[in-house]
Design a protein around this ligand. Sequence first.
Ligand code: ASP
Length: 347
Amino acid sequence: MDRTILIIYTGGTIGSVQTVAGGLAPLDFSEIHRHVPELVQDHLTIETVSFESPIDSSDMSVEHWGTLADMIQSRYDEFDGFVILHGTDTLAYTASALSFMLEGLHKPIILTGSQLPIGLPRTDGRENLLSAVEIACAQRLNEPVIQEVAVYFGSSLYRGNRTHKASAESMRAIISPNLPPLAEAGVDIQFNDGILFRDPLMRLNIHEVMESRIAWMPLFPGQSSEIIKRVLDWPDIKGLVLSTFGSGNAPTNAELKALLSEADTRGVSVVNVSQCSHGAVHPERYATAHMLRDCGVIPGGDMTTEAALTKFMHCLGQGLKGDDLRNAMRSNLRGEITKFSPIMPGH
Ligand code: ASP
């Protein structure tokens, strides 16, 4: 069966080649077939498009996410799937943001990158790119197997909004701490059919507005409440993601409690995510978490920080407030959160 894939190059290590002087220079992406000749296959048509000025992913912004969403929307009907080449540093944020921006997605959007430039002999970029393309081509009964934003890295395919960059060194730099891989690439690509996401909305609907006026703060023992006060005093603040201890615990500190209650009264929502890279926030489990619940803090379940931040930007960007915002943040919009048992009675 013939397939057409659009590869979008945003920048990052994967698209660099080594210069004679030993430094890295961006590759002319229209020449990608020269570096990865395996992309030329019967029954496969690949088109490539590059950001006008490719960026290190540290420079990724809401505007770039909007550009990617527009590129996908404007060419959605022309292609069977999309592969986005992206630096690894903020890949998990982009994958999470795109999952919320692209509602009603029924084609694969596969992000990948690499630790070593594609122009080096030991590069991981070649395998990552070729497998990402193969996954984007995969169909059963005339339907794409993957119909969501996903990340392929180091032989695994992950749900995009479940990913996190865990290593600056390893070829398996991207992990999905709270959800098993959607697929594993061994001799064959084995899909984990039971967990693939299907959006009930059948038509692609793009949401580009993201609220950037949010903050993210970790708690640590010995922390001064003053810094949290300063952040919450920011006149424009619309929301705060608070990284708490373990299963969602915070110090039993009257000052912190007063600050969070006051923020809640002012309509500044706070979302609780765990500092642990694996596991979830359980607001009912410890007395030290009850204070947060009593201050109206929204439990973020097992969302990664990347997913919580971008989901918050998306939900606030939709103009949601109060209970609507709380309900949206706790609901499973794109497979980013696992539903846990409801809060125990009496809590
Ligand atoms: N700094 C690079 C980036 O994220 C690293 C990489 O490409 O992996 O763009």
